[in-house]
Write a protein that binds this ligand. Sequence first.
Ligand SMILES: Cc1cc2nc3c(=O)[nH]c(=O)nc-3n(C[C@H](O)[C@H](O)[C@H](O)COP(=O)(O)O)c2cc1C
Length: 517
Amino acid sequence: MKRYIFIILLILAIAGIADAGYLTYEHYAHAVPTCTINRFLPMFSDCGAVLRSKYSLIFGIPLALLGLIHYFILASVLALAIISNKKFWWFWVLIEATAGAFASVYFMYLQIGIIGKLCLYCTLSALISFIIFTFAILWMEMERKALFIYISGFVYQHFLKSIFFLIDPEVVHVSMVGMGELMGTFSLKRKLITAFLKIQNKKLEQNIASIHFANPVGLSAGFDYEVRLTQILPSIGFGFETVGTITNSSYEGNTRPMLGRLPKSKSLMVNKGFKNLGAGETMRRMSRLHFEMPVGISIGRTNGKKNMTQKQSVEDVVRAFTLFEKSRVRHSYYELNISCPNLYGNISFYPSQNLKQLLSEVQKLKISRPVFVKMPIEKSDKEVKEMLKIISEFSFIKGVIFGNLQKDRKDPSLDPEEVKKFKVGYFSGKPTERRSNELIKLSYRLYKKRFIIIGCGGIFSAKDAYKKIRLGASLVQLITGMIYQGPGLIGQINLELLDLLKRDGLKHISEAIGRDS
Ligand SMILES: Cc1cc2nc3c(=O)[nH]c(=O)nc-3n(C[C@H](O)[C@H](O)[C@H](O)COP(=O)(O)O)c2cc1C
């Protein structure tokens, strides 16, 4: 199919060579160009006026000659794309076609807006450029998206991030979420973003726990705790999203700082402590929304200075679940967050008895949707095995997520000088990756038939995501990678996952799950 497209584009490019070649000849002939006299539009059309104007040269080089060179390069690149079928040439075709179209817009503006005369041959050249550009953009969907994803990633990492990182991280977070929410409200904007960022491919689609995931990359809990991004995230290319963590009662967040940056460690300091609107308000918001992708709700125990007993904590979690279960919210799954390190009080759901008590009470609700447990990463293998054993006894728990934040301030992946800046909070990003991967592997080996595993922690590239999948994760989640690499990272991961599957001779993402465990 692509070959035929390139052949059509090549024919158009050759027409462009003929046209620009004629105009170049006219320029150097110094005679009154034949195209000056025009029978159809004598009032507006005058090649000579355009070709002899001061705008017809750039640094002494005739625009016509530049056009000829452009078409010649385009035709050559198209020929190479037809012969070799290499992606490199496809990208070049797109770049050349885009450059040609932008240049043509400018040249048309010069003719109509400044010179006030039209050169029909120049207009024909612009028309050819527009047709090539339109066909290339429409037919080369993957290349168009890839090009945009890589360019936007470059712009984000080299320009935008430097600006954002000068501003307070909380302010940037709130502003970005606000912008995302606004964009999500307009279907045209959503469609436009989809056209440039969203990668769709059957090889990435999975049905897991009776939920359809268009791709394996999700937004982890903690970024969209007020449910503002559910409408825009599918356009950016996410396959699913967890909102929250939501608690029974609302919480305004821990004492500042709630968020900090550790660029050398590729990490964020997190001290939000379940800042959220509370289950009631969240439920009302969510019940008004339709979701284009699976949306899950992360539930944890209410935070606050009021100390809760173990029994009260369990009741609090159960109340939040009950509210959502009775609501009309069209969510797909729950996460049970037992691993937030930023909470007041001494209650922990880690000791076997406490965990059993919590799960037994939640089980009584006969929850209608799959539940995944968000696990800690700071526990030893032995402790994690004990927890997994208990969790495995509760059939309503379909899977586990590895995992939450890094509590160990001395973890070698953290830069000690950066850590010193923060008296409070725990760490996301690269410092979570090693332990997350170890625990994915451990639980896949022990419970691959019992648990669906979601890998989370330190994903900054497709290779990071693929590693987790090969260790046993069916799906992956991220936050910090997106903040450091930009929103284009999601499309980039999906795009490059396809390349990694091809490299390994695999036909579908599900074939990669657990290969390295
Ligand atoms: C700003 C921020 C807030 C977070 N809040 C939550 C939360 O409310 N609930 C939760 O389960 N995890 C929370 N996390 C942890 C993430 O979901 C994730 O487990 C962790 O950051 C590792 O993934 P990453 O390296 O891709 O960020 C938060 C992380 C960040 C960066």
